[in-house]
Design a protein around this ligand. Structure first.
Ligand code: SF4
Length: 373
């Protein structure tokens, strides 16, 4: 397997103005002093990458737009030199604090894609999950982004929220369609034990209802011209998230910031989630794993089968010097028989049912054919 430079960079900004009820990400309430130290620490981490450029850069969180305008300016000016020509440069933003001056700052430093945390159009649901923005805030931000020339906009939506009805979710989807957003990411609420919802013992909705929400999204968005290109993601033609495709194509990516996960040179790592340690100590990992060929073959499948197009047979051979059929003959035959896996001349891809049961399908792939170990 060849070693190559990562083409993508992820930076995790761990600050939020308010903490959402369902959130279990690595984040902390915004604090000016901590944010200053975080920027300083990012500067050190980036200096280790001097001379590298990336085809995609993603600043996520947390909420990068929670930084002050000066902090945002400093961060973006530090990151800008790492953009390769034609770089997809995405930043996550919250409509609650993405002000016009911050949007202008993004434009100035080359951010060309925004992922906006909309979640729902119902004020009652936004309030229930602890979001502080209104639908009007989201619409204003989208209009301002377009005014300043950022048209590549993605919105996050959630389903399975407490008290949320199918009609509520339908309104959110129809709003996204009406806004002509090029990209939509939809997530089912999961109740994490460490979130406020978890501590309040809120229950997840049952699988049948969750399936109904998912089906509704697929029906409405496909009818409106979107492609369901990944399990949780829809886009208008050619508007896939190039950054996230790096993950699903199982390519290398660099990670910076607390809790950020990266993969480089057959090594997968997660930087410490402890924000204090991240700010005060050297680079510390919560996880740092040398990946065997078997690990990489499995993870390549696990990520690639999330995509509608599935896995390129040629890329698999180029990477692992063995064909998919030789590496996983037994698992492939079994899942073909079930109707969960399909083949074209160039790709192996999951059927719609196979994608729904991806977890079960993958269990069969944990065993590599003995002669290929
Ligand atoms: S869900 Fe996002 S915006 Fe809300 S607290 Fe978590 S990281 Fe912050």
């Amino acid at each position: 397997m060849d070693q190559s430079k990562a083409r993508s960079l992820y930076i995790h900004v761990p600050f939020c103005q308010h903490i959402c009820e369902y959130c279990d990400f690595v984040r902390v309430g915004y604090h000016n002093g901590l944010a200053e130290r975080f920027i300083e620490r990012c500067k050190q981490d980036l200096s280790l990458r001097q001379g590298e450029t990336f085809e995609t850069i993603y600043i996520g969180g947390g909420t990068p737009s929670a930084l002050s305008i000066d902090q945002l300016k400093t961060l973006l000016s530090m990151v800008r030199p790492f953009c390769a020509l034609g770089c997809e440069f995405t930043m996550e933003a919250n409509p609650e604090n993405f002000t016009e001056d911050k949007i202008q700052c993004c434009v100035e430093y080359g951010v060309n894609r925004i992922s906006l945390g909309v979640q729902s159009v119902q004020a009652k649901l936004l309030q229930l999950i602890g979001r502080k923005h209104s639908l009007e805030d989201a619409e204003n931000v989208i209009a301002m982004l377009r005014k300043y020339g950022i048209n590549n906009i993605s919105a996050d939506g959630m389903y399975g929220l407490p008290t949320q009805t199918i009609a509520d979710f339908e309104h959110t989807l129809l709003w996204m369609i009406a806004q002509q957003l090029p990209h939509v990411s939809l997530y089912a609420l999961t109740i994490e034990p460490n979130s406020a919802f978890g501590r309040k013992h809120i229950k997840s909705i049952d699988n049948t209802l969750e399936g109904d929400f998912y089906q509704l999204a697929e029906d409405l968005l496909i009818k409106a011209g979107y492609q369901h290109y990944e399990i949780s993601n829809f886009c208008l033609p050619d508007k896939e998230s190039r950054h996230n495709l790096t993950y699903w194509h199982y390519e290398d990516f660099v990670a910076i910031g607390p809790g950020a996960a990266g993969k480089e040179n057959h090594r997968r790592y997660t930087i410490t989630k402890n924000i204090h340690r991240y700010l005060t100590e050297g680079i510390i990992f919560d996880e740092d794993i040398a990946l065997s060929m078997e690990d990489e073959m499995f993870e390549f499948l696990m990520m690639g089968l999330r995509l509608k197009e599935g896995i390129s047979k040629k890329i698999f051979i180029d990477r692992f010097r063995v064909s998919l059929e030789d590496a996983f003959n037994h698992a492939i035959e079994k899942n073909k028989e079930k109707g969960w896996l399909k083949f074209s001349d160039t790709h192996m891809y999951p059927s719609d049912e196979g994608r729904l049961f991806l977890h079960d399908l993958l269990i069969d792939f944990l065993e590599i054919e003995p002669e290929n170990r």
